[in-house]
Design a protein around this ligand. Structure first.
Ligand code: 3PG
Ligand code: MG
Length: 396
């Protein structure tokens, strides 16, 4: 892991702190549907403000592609942030130039301002040096608390880190420490659960994990591809026929690396993915031609939980079944509960991340019971792939 500087020992009183946050919260029908990213940002903002810094928060929001798109304004998000913080938060109509400079000039020690969406400027995603310089002008020091945007080499995540003294915020620090404990220097045995729909999107991730973990549990529709690649008939199940070679290659690499791969031994099947459809539980070798696998079965859950009982560290990305449509949430719920129990007892250090994974754990009622839940989606996946994240590297 790249070494990075934290806020410990930095004097921020009276300083203008340009804080890169990730205010890219999920929104449906104009309403924020999940406050997790805002809540997790609060400790850094409070600490800076309490120490007398002038806190200038910048972030992207959605993908306006370099244009001012009114629906992608951060103004309503800044109001929500103020509510979550329980503090006054000002808003600047632009993230650079006169509107931003005037907003910064008006700040007293301890005040907090949010700047408008950085992606309203094309220079942000291009990591344009001129745009980065205009951002850097607003601060005396730069603090990056946006681990979830650290896979982007953009002006506000990467460029500006080279122009100001740069530090990791408390959330960035927590993410890096938790992830480091999970894969860089973990207590062994280390297990990983990888689920989701496609092998193709997680190929690099699987390739990296088999070289690092002792046990790899594969679930979700992705497991169907592995099964089919080994000649198991999976009926109408979702699978990627073009990925069989890659799937076999991953299994061979796992074997070579001494990583045990646990594939489903039974499955819950139905004629279609619909709530309340009649289901059957079958051995994995007995999936009917006209049925699709929608969850792993109870024997698989038992095998997984038994194996996990011996693990000291767990990384989890992706549900093992179609959890959004009950009853196909049963296995994900049961495994989540077992993980929560082992974590609570102190036997397991569990790290989970990725959008679907967070929803699945929340659905199972155990989100708060993991050792660490990442706020990142894409950045978490790239980290699992073993990639260097430009936003993190720039803090080194
Ligand atoms: C995310 O939501 O994963 C981050 O905020 C990054 O957003 P992006 O995928 O639009 O770069
Ligand atoms: Mg996104």
């Amino acid at each position: 892991m790249t070494p990075f500087r934290t806020l410990d020992g930095v004097t921020v009183a009276g300083q203008r702190v340009l804080l890169r946050a990730d205010l890219n919260v999920p929104v449906r029908d104009g309403k924020i549907t999940d406050l997790m990213r805002l809540e997790r940002l609060c400790p850094t903002i409070r600490e800076l403000s309490d120490k007398g810094a002038r806190v200038i928060v910048c972030s992207h929001f959605d993908r306006p592609k370099g244009k001012r798109v009114p629906e992608m304004s951060l103004a309503p998000v800044s109001v929500a942030l103020g509510q979550v913080l329980g503090r006054k938060v000002r808003f600047a109509e632009d993230c650079v130039d006169i509107p931003a400079e005037q907003a910064v000039m008006a700040l007293q020690d301890g005040d907090i301002a949010v700047l408008e969406n950085t992606r309203f400027h094309a220079g942000e995603e291009k990591n344009d040096p001129d745009f980065a310089a205009r951002l850097a002008k607003l601060g005396d020091i730069y603090v990056n608390d946006a681990f979830s945007a650290a896979h982007r080499a953009h002006a506000s995540t990467e460029g500006v880190a080279h122009l100001l003294p740069a530090y990791a915020g408390r959330l960035m620090q927590a993410e890096l420490e938790a992830l480091g404990k999970a894969l860089d220097h973990p207590a062994r045995p280390v297990a990983a659960i990888v689920g989701g729909a496609k092998v193709s999107t997680k190929l690099e991730l699987l390739g990296n994990l088999v070289g690092k973990v002792d046990l790899l549990v594969v679930g979700g529709a992705m497991a169907n591809t592995f099964l089919a690649a080994q000649g198991v008939a999976v009926g109408k199940s979702l699978q990627e026929a073009g990925m069989h070679g890659e799937a076999r290659d991953i299994l061979a690499r796992a074997k070579q690396a001494g990583c045990e791969v646990l594939l489903p031994v039974d499955a819950v099947v139905a004629g279609e993915l619909k709530a309340g459809v009649p289901t059957r539980t079958v051995a994995i070798a007995a999936v009917p031609d006209d049925a699709m696998i929608l969850d792993v079965g109870p024997a698989t859950v038992q095998a997984v939980t038994q194996k996990l009982a011996g693990a000291k560290t767990l990384v989890w990305n992706g549900p093992v079944g179609a959890f959004e449509t009950p009853p196909f949430d049963a296995a994900t719920n049961a495994i989540a509960q077992a993980v929560a129990y082992a974590t609570g007892g102190g036997a397991l250090m569990s790290v989970a991340g990725g959008g679907d994974t967070v929803s699945a754990l929340r659905h199972a009622g155990v989100l708060e019971k993991m050792s660490y839940v990442s706020t990142a989606g894409g950045a978490f996946l790239e980290w699992l792939e073993g990639k260097t994240l430009p936003g993190v590297a720039a803090l080194g």
